[in-house]
Write a protein that binds this ligand. Structure first.
Ligand code: DAH
Length: 357
C-alpha cells in the first residue's frame, strides 16, 4: 500500500495538465482504479485483516483525492497567471486613428475665419435663415421699391391666400444679423456672423445657397482706418502672407456710407491663381461705414456711435485659399471631391489652438 501511495502522490505532483490529472484520478480512485479494486478485496479478508486494511485504504483514498484537488487548483492558478502574462494589454497606448469623413472646406474656412477674428475681439453672432423682409431689407436701408431689392434674386416664401403680410424671404445676405446683434447687445459691439445665404442664381461661381460672413464693429470712434487695419490683418492671417496688399475701391451699398469694395493682390501664372503677388486684383468683399439709418434700425443712436461693417463670401475665399475651381462642386456631395478637398478632423483650427499647421 505504501508503494501504491508513493506511485500516485509522485505522479500527481509531476502531472502537467488537467487532462493528465483526470486520467490519474480514474486510474487511482475511479470505479476500476487501483485503490478501488483494493477496497473490493476487503470483502475477502478476515475481520482482523479488514480492521487494519480498511482504515488504511480509506485514508489513502482521501489523501489521493485531496492531492488531486490541490493539484487541480494549482494548475488553474498557473493557467490564469499564464493568461494574464500573455494577454497583457497596455491600455495607455494611444489608439490607432481610423479616418472616416473629412471636414468640408466651408466648415474649415468658417472655423479659420472665426479663430482669426476672435483674436481681434470679435464674437460670433447668429440669425435665422428665414427672415422677414424688414430685417433682410428695410432695416438695412433698402425700402420696398429700392432697386437693390431686384439685384438680390430673392427667394420669397409662399403666403396663404388672403394673408396679406409682407412675405418672409430666405435671407439674401448675412447683413440682417447686424440688426439682430445690435438689438441684442447694443453698443459697443464687435461681431462676425457666418452662415448660409440664398439667391436664385446658378453657374460656375454662383449656387442658390452659399455662405457669407458679416463683420461689424461699433464704438465711439470707429473709423474707416480701423476697417482697413482689421481687414488687412485678417487677409494676412487667413492667406498666411505677411503684408498682403489690398485695394479699397469706392462703391455703393444702401447700408453703408461711404462704401468700399475690397480687392486683394493676385496674379495668374499658367492658369493658376496666386494670391499676394503680381499686379492683378481679386474682389473679395463689400464694406463701409454703417449708415446712420441702419444704426437707428438696430436701436443705436447714430449721434453717439459709429461703426464699420463688411460682408465677405466664405466659399469665395475658400476657393482662393485652397485652389478650388468650381463652386458648384462644393454642394454636390461627391465623395471623391470631399476626400480630395476635405480636411482631417484632427486638423481643425480652434479658438485656443489657432490655425492648423
Ligand atoms: N450684404 C452685401 C452683399 O451681400 C455685402 C456687404 C457689403 C455687407 C457692404 C456689408 C457691407 O456689411 O458693409 O452683397
Amino acid at each position: 500500500m505504501d508503494a501504491l501511495r508513493q506511485k500516485y502522490i509522485d505522479a500527481i505532483a509531476n502531472v502537467a495538465d488537467e487532462a493528465a490529472l483526470e486520467d490519474l484520478r480514474v486510474a487511482a480512485v475511479g470505479k476500476k482504479g487501483e485503490v478501488s479494486l483494493k477496497m473490493r478485496e476487503l470483502g475477502k479478508m478476515t475481520p482482523e485483516e479488514r480492521q487494519v486494511a480498511g482504515p488504511k485504504l480509506n485514508a489513502l483514498k482521501d489523501e489521493i483525492n485531496s492531492a488531486i484537488a490541490a493539484k487541480k487548483a494549482a494548475l488553474a492558478d498557473a493557467a490564469l497567471d499564464e493568461r494574464l502574462r500573455s494577454e497583457w494589454l497596455d491600455v495607455t497606448l494611444p489608439s490607432r486613428t481610423r479616418p472616416r469623413g473629412t471636414i468640408h472646406p466651408v466648415s474649415q474656412v468658417t472655423e479659420e475665419v472665426a479663430a482669426i477674428f476672435a483674436d481681434m475681439g470679435f464674437k460670433v453672432a447668429e440669425g435665422p435663415q428665414i427672415e422677414n423682409d424688414w430685417y433682410n431689407f428695410d432695416a438695412l436701408n433698402i425700402p420696398p421699391h429700392h432697386p437693390a431689392r431686384q439685384e438680390f434674386d430673392t427667394f420669397y416664401m409662399n403666403r396663404k391666400e388672403g394673408d396679406n403680410r409682407p412675405p418672409h424671404v430666405l435671407r439674401t445676405h448675412t447683413s440682417p444679423v447686424q440688426i439682430r446683434a445690435m438689438e441684442k447687445t447694443g453698443a459697443p459691439i464687435r461681431v462676425i456672423a457666418p452662415g448660409r445665404v440664398y439667391r436664385s442664381d446658378y453657374d460656375q461661381t454662383h449656387t442658390p445657397m452659399f455662405h457669407q460672413v458679416e463683420g461689424m464693429a461699433i464704438g465711439k470712434d470707429i473709423s474707416m482706418a480701423n476697417l482697413k487695419w482689421v481687414l488687412e490683418e485678417f487677409f494676412a492671417a487667413f492667406f498666411e502672407i505677411d503684408g498682403i496688399k489690398t485695394r479699397f475701391r469706392a462703391s455703393h451699398f444702401p447700408f453703408t456710407e461711404p462704401s468700399a469694395e475690397v480687392d486683394i493682390q493676385c496674379s495668374w501664372v499658367d492658369g493658376q491663381l496666386r494670391i499676394g503677388e503680381g499686379d492683378g486684383w481679386m474682389e473679395v468683399l463689400g464694406s463701409g461705414m454703417m449708415h446712420p439709418k441702419v444704426l437707428q434700425a438696430g436701436g443705436i443712436d447714430p449721434d453717439k456711435w459709429q461703426g464699420f461693417a463688411f460682408g465677405m463670401g466664405i466659399d469665395r475665399i475658400a476657393m482662393l485659399k485652397y485652389g478650388i475651381p468650381d463652386l458648384r462642386a462644393f454642394f454636390d456631395s461627391d465623395l471623391r471631391w470631399l476626400r480630395h478637398y476635405g480636411f482631417s478632423a484632427l486638423d481643425m483650427p480652434t479658438l485656443h489652438g489657432g490655425l492648423s499647421g
